[in-house]
Design a protein around this ligand. Structure first.
Ligand code: 5GP
Ligand code: ZN
Length: 110
């Protein structure tokens, strides 16, 4: 757990969030400012600042299998988009690795 990290605080239940699912190493919460009807954040419980720091292939694999499971469990999320912002220059604002799970609307851009 890293001090001053909002996602570490949420994982430790020291800050509020709407929790969608949880396993030993992954937490899924609803994004506080959803950009699509379904907008979840898939977050490894271990603190990595960004994808470049991820050094555990099991964790990477579990982030993806969590997305598969969310899709299976959510009727509106048969089709979905995954997004990782890696670095401030492309929009990363929370520096605890997370993957956006976006669904419930038609995407017309790439
Ligand atoms: P990034 O821009 O780093 O890829 O994404 C950060 C995301 O985290 C944003 O979509 C933002 O709305 C969301 N977010 C930031 N702070 C909080 C928070 O305290 N709680 C929740 N649930 N989401 C947050
Ligand atoms: Zn953190």
């Amino acid at each position: 757990m890293k001090a001053d990290c909002i996602f570490c605080a949420i994982i430790a239940r020291k800050a509020p969030a709407t929790i969608v699912s949880e396993t030993d190493d992954v937490l899924v919460i609803k994004d506080i400012a959803p950009k699509t009807p379904i907008h979840y954040l898939i977050i490894p419980k271990h603190h990595y600042n960004d994808l470049q720091e991820l050094n555990d292939c099991c964790v990477g694999s579990r982030l993806l299998s969590t997305a598969q499971q969310l899709s299976q469990e959510t009727p509106q999320a048969k089709d979905y988009r995954l997004l990782i912002n890696n670095g401030y220059g492309v929009g990363q604002r929370v520096f605890h690795l997370h993957m956006h799970f976006l669904a419930g609307k038609e995407f017309t851009d790439f």
